[in-house]
Design a protein around this ligand. Structure first.
Ligand code: PLP
Length: 392
């Protein structure tokens, strides 16, 4: 279990954050309980005592700044940045910390977009040497790092293979070589995992997923406790790349965060019910859910996460034609990309994203009959019933 309770306020109090908002004054005499959406692209210039904290909304905006403070506190970090998407957060981090011709050591199980970024843009365009290793064993990471490595990158649990890496051991490797270590913690959300407390330097989220939680906003976040890393990222984001989250999306993410603890508890409860049901079904070969004792890294999950979240995948025992019929027979689960929203979504990467599926060349192979499930907040009995009636 990570030390959520060691922070000043406990997690749910930070997430709701009402007192923190009310003490800030927005406009004359108005102490909003909900921070308003500041749509203004620019702010009246003044000098001296009247000087404005904000000049121009690409560089800083009050609604974004309020969200960034909340994100940093949720992760126990010093600095937060809100980006236009999860990929914007990841690409800005990698491109800010790795020079052309540099060296990255990455887990070989990462989100498809991250794989494309690293292979096609970072390696292909900027001539960076990218080594993909099986990060389930930190020794593989240690073996690949050399004195010139610029960044170690991992995701845990991973999308869609639901593999874990030992954040503390990888952070030790990174420390030994004085290399920044970034973790994509999207699947766990800040509620169930605190990579900075385990020694990571940078944490990334696609806020599109659990943080916003309602499938109605695309966004990303970076949180760090390293001042130098923050300065580089903030410069790239605000000045060079202009990669910012809009005020309205900031408002949506901030609203989603208030119910993050309640939603994550319910996601986990439903995911456990669905995982157990699937594990007992004879057309299911293998269920990948960190909360199941059968997950090969269940002990690591129990140690470094405070819960197992709402994402699982399983391998279907049958043909792709049967698999397609199963997906089309579902009523409560919606077939589609994305995850982490209140509604249950199901995705078969080989059917729905054939161009993005790794066949094991650079990164870990995705089995053809792998099904990824984002378990939502519907009644667990309806979720089980839907699967039972659609599975052959
Ligand atoms: C969705 C996702 C991303 C990309 O986020 P976008 O908001 O879609 O750009 C990155 N990492 C993981 C683990 C994801 O699930």
């Amino acid at each position: 279990m990570t030390g959520r309770d060691a922070r000043e306020d406990r997690f749910a109090t930070i997430a709701v954050g009402a007192a923190g908002n009310a003490t800030r004054s927005h406009g004359r005499g108005a102490h909003d309980v909900v921070p308003p959406v500041h749509l203004s692209s620019t702010f009246r210039w003044a000098d001296g005592d009247d000087a404005n904290e904000h000049d121009y909304s690409r560089e800083s905006n009050p609604t974004r700044a309020a969200l960034e403070v909340r994100l940093a506190r949720l992760e126990g970090g010093d600095h937060g940045l809100a980006f236009a998407s999860g990929m914007a957060a990841i690409s800005t981090t990698v491109l800010s910390l790795v020079p052309p011709g540099g060296h990255v050591v990455s887990s070989d199980s990462v989100y498809g977009g991250t794989e494309k970024l690293l292979t096609e843009l970072v390696a292909g365009h900027f001539g960076v040497d990218v080594d993909f290793v099986d990060a389930r064993d930190p020794e593989n990471v240690a073996d690949a790092v050399d004195p010139d490595t610029d960044l170690i990158w991992a995701e845990t649990p991973t999308n869609p293979l639901v593999r874990l890496c030992d954040v503390r051991s990888m952070a030790d490797v990174a420390d030994d070589h004085d290399v920044p270590f970034g973790v994509d913690s999207t699947f766990a959300s800040p509620y169930f995992q605190a990579p900075l407390e385990l020694g990571a330097d940078v944490v990334v989220h696609s806020t599109t997923k659990y943080l916003n939680g309602h499938s109605d906003s695309i966004g990303g976040a970076v949180i760090t406790d390293d001042d130098a890393v923050f300065e580089k990222l903030a410069f790239s984001q605000r000045i060079g790349l202009g990669n910012v989250l809009s005020p309205f999306d900031c408002y949506l993410v901030a609203r989603g965060i208030k119910t993050l603890p309640a939603r994550m508890e319910h996601h986990e409860e439903n995911a456990t019910a669905v995982a157990r049901f699937l594990e007992d079904h004879d057309r299911v070969v293998r269920v990948r859910y960190p909360g199941l004792e059968s997950h090969p890294q269940h002990d690591l999950a129990s140690e470094q996460m405070s819960g197992y979240s709402g994402m699982l995948s399983f391998e279907f025992d049958g043909t792709l034609v049967e698999l397609e019929a199963f997906v089309e027979g579902l009523d409560v689960f919606t077939p589609g990309a994305s995850l982490g929203g209140v509604e249950s979504l199901i995705e078969v990467p080989s059917l729905m994203l054939p161009d993005e599926v790794s066949h094991g060349e650079a990164t870990a192979e995705i089995p053809e009959t792998l099904v990824r499930v984002s378990v939502g907040l519907e009644d667990a009995d309806d979720l089980r019933e839907d699967l039972r009636s659609a599975l052959p």
